[in-house]
Design a protein around this ligand. Sequence first.
Ligand code: SAM
Length: 278
Amino acid sequence: TVCEAEMPVPKAPVHIDTTKASIARVYDAFLNGKDNYEIDREVFRRVKSVAPEAALLAVDNRNFLIRATRFIASQTNITQYLDCGSGLPTAENTHQVAQRLNPDSKVVYVDNDPVVIAHGRALLEENDQTHFSAADIFEPETLLQDEVVRKHIDFNEPLALFHMGTLHHYDGQRPPQDIMKTYIDALPSGSYVGVSHFYDPQTEEYSELARRMEDMFVHSPMGSGVFRTRTEIEGLFPGLEMIEPGVVECARWWPDGPQIKPMDPVQYCIVGGIGRKP
Ligand code: SAM
């Protein structure tokens, strides 16, 4: 018999407000998932009204996360991952990619979305090397002391810290560069940091598109999504040595094969990079 004390107990009451769009569910809608409501699909439609191929923002971002994980699992000795803003479970999650290449890999996911907490947590915590914490990823001081994080991640050993597709949704007062610096200061030397972010290329060709998508996101029922500049995004990796090719369009960061199809304009508006702490 299973002792009741060992049963997983949801930490937060499940309250899902279906009149408000949520970042995790909107992202799921962009990825053609099933865990979203009409209000989330409304955000997707609004962004598509200015950028018909807007789904590529999410697809390219997710594929970058998968390739970044694969790179770290196969090219470094890292076996621990702190994945901030895990999102809803989808086809290939960080722990599946990392554990396939290195079965010793441990992953701690962090997300505060009620739907992710309610059922995503159960799906993501697939084995005893994969854990979940319902904490705020924009409060690094608190997250770094989080019980689940401290229990499963050894900060004396290098780790991979991911902030993929998260910081463009942060609308607090603190500079996002400062949030990342706090995380990076806590990492041991040899750690890797992966970030992806909506991007304003500041070119005549694509800046207008970035501004229009931002306008749609920010004034939608989701209410967030800022397209930052190269200088702002490079500032999210303070003190790190960038792995080549540095901060580039997600689609161009070590793609799986040759790009023979012309990139869609939206693909120039999402970038990512991996840095290593010296
Ligand atoms: N990292 C995944 C990826 O790149 O595929 C998911 C990205 S999704 C766009 C952003 C995630 O961050 C959502 O699941 C959302 O719930 C989560 N998130 C946003 N703000 C958060 C916060 N303050 N604390 C914890 N999670 C947050």
